[in-house]
Unconditional design. Structure first.
Length: 125
């Protein structure tokens, strides 16, 4: 095996292993994080970063073939749709009143429900 082929092989496996690691950490984050917002962040990091590295590693493994073109097209589609879907889900949660947690020493805004505070009560009930 010549030196350029060895470099491409090493780079492809580093990309594949790193992307797999990000995906596994993202899955663990989905199970372990306490609230919706941090779980959304874990999912988006694994979806974007892990997917990009996995596709890059597969492109390097396949060489200059039609498979590489198809992988690049799939990657472009996923780069556009992944963050868009994550933003849509987070925006829908925000619009319905689900707010991120706040720090302990900060005062919450009046009349805005937060995900770590109990539901607000209506006066007069």
């Amino acid at each position: 095996m010549d030196i350029p082929a060895l470099i491409i092989e090493v780079l492809s496996w580093v990309s594949i292993v790193t992307g797999s690691f990000l995906m596994i950490v993202s899955g663990i984050g989905l199970l372990r994080f306490p609230d919706f917002w941090s779980r959304t962040h874990a999912a988006s990091v694994g979806d974007s970063g892990g997917m990009i590295l996995l596709i890059l590693g597969m492109c390097l493994q396949s060489g200059l073939t039609l498979i590489t073109v198809k992988l690049i097209i799939m990657g472009m589609f996923l780069i556009i749709t992944g963050p868009t879907a994550t933003h849509a889900v987070a925006n829908a949660a925000l619009v319905t009143g689900w707010r991120p947690k706040i720090a302990e020493d900060l005062e919450p805004e009046q009349g805005v429900p937060y995900s770590d505070l109990p539901e607000p009560t209506v006066r007069g009930e």
